[in-house]
Design a binder for this molecule. Structure first.
Ligand code: URA
Length: 456
């Protein structure tokens, strides 16, 4: 293969044949293509795009670059959810045990933080003893016994994505529809799923900033997912504001545990309350997280015909979450993945685990009208909660909690967020930057729908 001429073809907008794409992927995995040439190829794809046939060929070649998970026949459907990434996006943590309790098997192969977006594996690494790296055999064993596993891809699963993902992260080639499509679907196809729900985020902290771009990405992923028989659905969700009230690895695990606690409030009372003046007095579990968790579970119940109607599916999901069973399932998964449950519970009981906590206070009274997820994501990354280079050592306990969300009333001097930091200097620097993330107005902002569309 003359790789230089393939880079030139793509640079000039020529389509590549499936055979050429397979060759590129296998040579890349075999280490036969230097990073500088692969980076040039990715940049050519970023600007020129890939047509449907090329994207399909890339996705399948990436899937076939390693092992595909194989599961015994079982009446429990194999399902998963994957997000394109956001700030405070911890949905996977409560969703996996909820799905297992609803009678699914969930081989949730997750990723690390990319850019300012958090990664499920980084969050899980904050749990004492928890192992996110498991051999293929153990992944299938845990799925068969506990019903759910959340771990990273093994060295032998989709190695092409591991390599390309790392290169894209440092070459500005992440926000490309064909590259994201191939990256996500190659991993999901390697899980042998019966149904998949995709969370395609748009907004200031998402890779796809506009709803139109997110819509195009969702359509591309759903079309390819259908072609590959993975029974996909995509939800377009807003990422202008962090999801939930906490952002930062350990703080998000803590909030996920609150989401798994039984909850007695009905849906109607939740949505009314979340826009009322006294919603700041509610516990630190916030409704948008719970709402998304239940929404994804509802879709998967419908996709797999485990429920007859959207209302029945929603009720099934709510009843299950409220039963407290998914919280017990979470502990079962933790033990199966090597966590120290006693140390986890002890850590969970602490108010904070970062050395310093300071409150960010509102300068005036009014309605929170903006809570900028991008700026919050950047500040958390700079506090040490995310990576600036691929060698950054993450500080798991830093981040924000008690985040005031748009629509809420704050008093002058009221808390907009708590900043968890490694020292006072970093906490104060973060506080100075975060003032610009919040806007307070005399009037409440217009409510923004959490889910802006569903693509089937
Ligand atoms: N998540 C992935 O797994 N891949 C991407 O390219 C972007 C988000």
């Amino acid at each position: 293969m003359n790789f230089l001429s393939l880079i030139e073809s793509k640079r000039d907008g020529q389509p590549l044949a499936a055979e050429q794409i397979r060759e590129i992927v296998s040579s890349c995995v075999a280490g036969k293509i230097p990073d500088y040439q692969m980076a040039a190829f990715l940049m050519a794809v970023f600007f020129r795009g890939l047509n449907t046939a090329e994207t399909t060929a890339l996705t399948l070649a990436m899937r076939d670059s390693g092992d595909v998970l194989e599961f015994p026949k079982d009446k429990r459907p194999l399902v998963d959810k994957h997000s394109t990434g956001g700030v405070g996006d911890k949905v996977s943590l409560p969703l996996a045990p909820l799905l297992a309790c609803l009678g699914f098997r969930v081989p949730m192969i997750s990723g690390r933080g990319l850019g300012i977006t958090g990664g499920t594996l980084d969050k899980l690494d904050s749990i004492p003893g928890f192992k996110t790296t498991l051999p293929t055999k153990r992944i299938t064993e845990i799925v068969q016994t506990a019903g759910c596993v959340i771990c990273g891809q093994t060295d032998r699963m989709v190695p092409a994505d591991k390599k390309l993902y790392a290169l894209r992260d440092v070459t500005g080639t992440v926000p490309s529809i064909p590259l994201i499509t191939a990256s996500i679907l190659s991993k999901k196809l390697a899980e042998s799923l019966d149904a998949l729900v995709l969370d395609v985020k748009f907004g200031c902290a998402a890779f796809m900033q506009t709803k139109e771009q997110a819509h195009r990405l969702a359509r591309a992923m759903v079309a390819l997912g259908n072609e590959c028989g993975v029974n996909p659905r995509a939800l377009l969700t807003n990422m202008d504001t962090p999801l939930g009230r906490a952002a930062g690895n350990w703080l998000e695990v803590k909030e996920s545990m609150a989401c798994l606690e039984p909850h007695v409030c009905s849906r109607a009372c939740e949505s009314a309350e979340s826009w009322s003046a006294n919603s700041r007095s509610r516990p630190q579990q916030v409704d948008d997280l719970r709402e998304l968790v239940l929404t994804f579970a509802t879709h998967l119940l419908l996709q797999t015909s485990k429920a007859k109607s959207p209302a029945a599916a929603r009720k099934q999901a709510e009843d299950c979450l409220n039963s407290g069973e998914p919280r017990r399932k979470w502990d079962e998964m933790l033990v199966a993945q090597g966590a120290n449950l006693a140390a986890f519970s002890k850590k969970l009981a602490l108010d904070h685990t970062a050395p310093v906590v300071v409150e960010l206070k509102a300068g005036r009274a009014g309605f929170v009208s903006q809570c900028d997820a991008r700026l919050i994501g950047e500040v958390i990354r700079d506090l040490g909660g995310g990576r600036l280079t691929k060698d950054t050592v993450i500080k798991y306990d830093v981040g924000l909690d008690r985040i005031a969300k748009p629509g809420e009333v704050v008093k002058a001097g009221g808390v907009l967020a708590r900043i968890h930091a490694a020292d006072h200097g970093q906490a104060n620097a973060a506080g100075a930057r975060l003032k610009a993330a919040f806007e307070i107005s005399a009037r409440p902002p217009r409510p923004v729908p959490l889910v802006a569309g569903v693509i089937k």
